[in-house]
Design a protein around this ligand. Structure first.
Ligand code: ZN
Ligand code: ZN
Length: 256
């Protein structure tokens, strides 16, 4: 079996605190075979990870977490970023046309940005859109106290069951992972298509520690520090974000 964490945020998400290379190092250290960096409406972290991945000995599936008008949607195996703000159906059509697949992240919990049951059932009964929707997060480390309905309903839905970390801090990476037959991204893709994935949830009680840790790290980020590791063999440290990195992170905002 291979192991994947398909929902991780890098420094290219404004609410996350870990550089791409630190994510790669941590992912290898915790035994993941495949990851997807799924920043909010941004694929630069995913692209950077794909370029660096061979040096770390891990496979990276291209991805992003797209803000649809119905809620968040994790897009995987996509070549280009779907525009944000479209309906779930239109976003699924966009993903499907370019050969990608989608996972409904942290659904059915009435949190802002979560897809509703109506939206997901609507997509699954839409003949053109349903082909792209392949998975549902039954376990999301960040929303684990709100995942019960997704866990119960997923039994009746023709969707692969996924556990993800939704990590915004480096040590959460892999706290929520999905097993699949095989090891490669092609095997993962087949498991998503054939609904043969096994969600492995984060086992500890969700604690104030995770929230406090995130608050601590996001505050450090505001002051220009991020969790970083320069290579697969160096430790993960809180380090000043380099000027070139700041430029890269800011570029999109200036372009927009
Ligand atoms: Zn989300
Ligand atoms: Zn997320």
């Amino acid at each position: 079996m291979g192991t994947a964490d398909l929902h991780i945020h890098s420094i290219y998400s404004g609410d996350a605190t870990t550089t791409v290379r630190a994510i790669l190092k941590q992912a290898v250290d915790v035994g993941l075979d495949i990851i997807a960096i799924t920043d909010h409406d941004d694929m630069r972290g995913s692209q950077e990870a794909q370029e660096l991945a061979p040096k770390y000995g891990i496979e990276v599936v291209p991805g992003a977490e797209v803000s649809t008008s119905d809620g968040h949607l994790v897009a995987l195996f996509v070549k280009t970023l779907p525009p944000y703000g479209m309906s779930l159906i239109d976003t699924l059509l966009h993903i499907g046309r370019q050969g990608g697949v989608a996972i409904a992240p942290h659904p059915f919990n009435h949190l802002p940005n979560s897809l509703s049951m109506e939206a997901v059932l609507g997509a699954l009964t839409n003949p053109r859109a349903k082909g792209a929707l392949k998975g549902i997060e039954t376990h999301n480390m960040g929303t684990q106290n709100f995942d019960k309905i997704a866990q119960k309903l997923s039994i009746y839905l023709p969707l692969a069951k996924i556990a993800s970390s939704d990590a915004h801090i480096f040590w959460a990476i892999g706290a929520g992972r999905t097993e699949f037959p095989g090891k490669t991204s092609a095997d993962l893709r087949a498991a998503l298509e054939q609904n043969t994935t096994v969600p492995i949830p984060y086992e500890e009680e969700f604690s104030a520690k995770a929230i406090l840790s995130w608050v601590h790290r996001i505050t450090l980020r505001r002051f220009g520090y991020a969790s970083d590791a320069r290579s697969a063999s160096t430790p993960i440290n809180t380090q000043p974000i380099s000027n070139s990195m700041i430029k890269r992170i800011r570029k999109k905002r200036d372009d927009a």
